[in-house]
Design a binder for this molecule. Structure first.
Ligand code: ATP
Ligand code: MG
Length: 605
């Protein structure tokens, strides 16, 4: 069964008025539903239906060519993963190709660092663009030629109004715009001015090239949109070759047409741009620049995820103001952060499949993403033992200085994963909360007089504890039952409820472990909350979780000393952990907690 979260259909506007509790209950119910469902084959969605219709009608001769077109002005975030899985996934499903195209038409904000990180992230997600790696800046000559064609056809003009004058004449949603006094300039004059703009004769803002469509259109995007502006800045790829740059809305359709894209898929905020997309390509096809059929734009709902912000502008703020330790901080909702956190590409793909693709906006709860990661990690991670909050356990009847191996499976569901040996000895570390001097009702772990099994080892009976001057327990005392070792015939004679994990104190390996939690305390960072005054303006930064990380020194089973960067494990009873890809060194891995075993959001770290 595939549960599509988009059906939750909670609009962001209505959200502030709804009790958070009830929404969270719905999200949780849905999470529970998906966690019991098995991965389903690719579900249908409206974009797949379009592709299948086109294949049936022969519109593209069976060709499916999509593109993922990031602007290299930041690192990719979880929302981009949805778009990547959709675009590359369609190409995979229908034997097509998906281009990775950098939409680098806005030189002020773009940089090579971002290009590199985007390439890394798409590759990490496991998709291939084959030979189709493109840069919009490589098309600047063609775009310029397209603009000249429009001018010659009387479909574009140079406007010399100031930005303010243009704004005043644009009109509003309810009032039509007013024609620019320069709108009737003859084509030859426009062409000459445009060429002089290109030659660098004018300062920034002196003129813009505008499409000549309709200043009275009810769609403001058709009121003679600007298509070229003067910007005397260097571009990270084309250097100082250009001092005029195309506007995104002009460049994007041309990029699609140059690359023979069939289905140009974007997020809903571009819906109102579609008429201009079609107008432009139609005009350029008339002028002989591109053959028909022309690429067609389709819009889908962007990913909105609770407890996170998915906007490059806000992510840049988090980095620059040092609320986090860089773009790839494991708490950041970036793909490089996800990778360090231990999230998996398969988890993202599973998530994308499950949330589906819809035409209206909705919110997905973070726990749905975490559950997809947890499921994949459960299937693939080897098990290991780690004591995060240690308390000494002394087995007073076990010989001093002796030790013996205990055997533990690497994966309980995969016998081929084999076994490993864990040393057992007289002094062990257990979790502090696995002992209670005065046990509460239903407590089945260690307490004076009580028996519990040390998993993969022996059954022990607690005889008491040692305390310091302040009354804090410093060690638990117990006796082991020599005929109770796991895997031996005698083990079955003991029926005990408690099953504790442990590491041998003499053999334990001490490592830095970072326990991460969500970066925000509010499901909708920056949005008004229940109880806020109506005029309250909240800044998303005021919702940053002050306790989103806790760094501890944990005691790990000795085999973990050899963990390599990016190896992922389940620490039994604790959750999934990954050896940090940057901070781990040979023989000294540092671990990041990816997700706990169960949703434990809000509990102390
Ligand atoms: P942001 O809103 O974070 O600044 P953007 O849309 O400006 O992102 P682009 O680099 O233009 O970022 O995005 C590349 C592609 O990823 C676009 O096709 C865009 O529609 C898509 N995309 C961006 N954010 C999301 C999201 N939250 N969910 C799904 N797709 C997204
Ligand atoms: Mg964008």
């Amino acid at each position: 069964m595939v549960v599509r979260f988009s059906h939750v259909g909670v609009s962001p506007v209505g959200m502030a008025h709804l009790a958070q509790q009830s929404i969270m209950a719905r999200f949780n119910a849905l999470s529970a539903m998906i966690s019991t469902s098995t991965p389903a084959p690719a579900a249908s969605n409206f974009i797949r239906n379009v592709v299948e219709d086109d294949n049936r009608s022969g519109k593209w001769g069976g060709r499916v060519e999509t593109r993922f077109p990031p602007e290299p002005n930041g690192y990719l975030h979880y929302g981009h993963a949805k778009s990547i899985c959709l675009n590359f996934g369609l190409a995979e499903a229908y034997g097509g190709v998906c281009h990775l195209r950098f939409d680098d038409t806005n030189p002020e904000k773009e940089a090579q660092e971002y290009v590199d990180s985007i390439i890394d992230a798409v590759r990490w997600l496991g998709f291939s663009w084959q030979k189709h790696l493109y840069f919009a800046s490589d098309y600047f000559d063609i775009m310029y030629a397209c603009a000249e064609s429009l001018i010659k056809a009387g479909k574009a003009y140079v406007d010399s109004q100031s930005a303010d004058e243009m704004r005043q004449r644009r009109g509003t949603l309810t009032e039509p715009g007013i024609d620019s006094p320069y709108r009737t300039r003859p084509a030859e004059e426009n062409l000459e001015l445009f060429r002089r703009m290109r030659a660098g004769e004018f300062p920034d803002g002196a003129h813009v090239l505008r499409a000549k469509i309709d200043m009275t259109s009810p769609n403001i995007n058709l009121r003679d949109p600007a298509i070229y502006r003067i910007r005397h800045v260097s571009h990270h790829r084309s250097g100082d070759k250009w001092c005029i740059y195309p506007m995104y809305t002009f460049a994007h359709p041309i990029e699609d047409a140059i690359e023979n894209v069939t289905h140009s898929i974007c997020t809903l905020e571009f819906e109102d741009q579609r008429p201009f997309y079609n107008w432009l390509l139609d005009a350029l096809a008339d002028a002989g620049h591109f053959p028909r059929p022309l690429p067609q734009q389709y819009e889908f709902a962007r990913l909105n995820l609770t407890y996170s912000v998915l906007s490059k502008r806000k992510l840049i703020q988090l980095v620059e103001e040092k609320h986090v330790d860089g773009w790839d901080d494991p708490r950041m909702p970036t793909l490089s952060g996800a990778r360090r956190r231990g999230f998996t590409p398969e988890g993202f793909r599973r998530f994308a499949e499950r949330i589906g693709v819809a035409k209206s906006d909705s919110w997905i709860d973070m726990s749905a993403l975490e559950e997809c990661m947890r499921e994949h990690l459960n299937e693939t991670s080897h098990r290991r033992i780690a004591v995060l909050n240690p308390l000494k356990l002394i087995l007073t009847n076990y010989p001093e200085g002796a030790s013996e191996p205990c055997k533990a499976p690497n994966h309980p569901l995969d016998s081929e994963a084999g076994m490993r040996e864990i040393p057992f000895s007289r002094e062990l570390w257990i979790e502090r909360d696995d002992f209670m001097e005065t046990p509460s009702k239903g407590f089945h772990r260690l307490a004076p007089g009580k028996m519990a099994r040390l998993k993969y080892g022996y059954v022990v009976q607690c005889t008491g504890c040692e305390k310091d001057a302040d009354g804090n327990v410093t060690a638990v005392l117990a006796e082991y039952l020599p005929d109770s070792k796991s895997g031996t015939p005698g083990a079955d004679n003991y029926k005990v409820k408690g099953n504790l994990h442990w590491v041998s104190a003499a053999h334990a390996f001490v490592a830095e472990v970072r326990l991460y939690d969500r970066l925000f305390i509010n499901p909708w960072p920056g949005r008004r909350q229940e109880g806020d005054a109506p005029e309250t303006e909240r800044d998303f930064r005021s919702d940053i979780n002050p306790n989103s990380v806790r760094v501890i020194r944990a005691l790990l089973e000795p085999s973990l000393r050899a963990a390599k960067p990016e190896e992922r494990y389940q620490f039994e009873r604790h959750g999934y952990f990954v050896a940090d890809r940057y901070d781990s060194t040979e023989g000294a891995p540092v671990f990041n907690r990816t997700v706990p075993l169960k949703d434990s959001w809000g509990k102390p770290l």
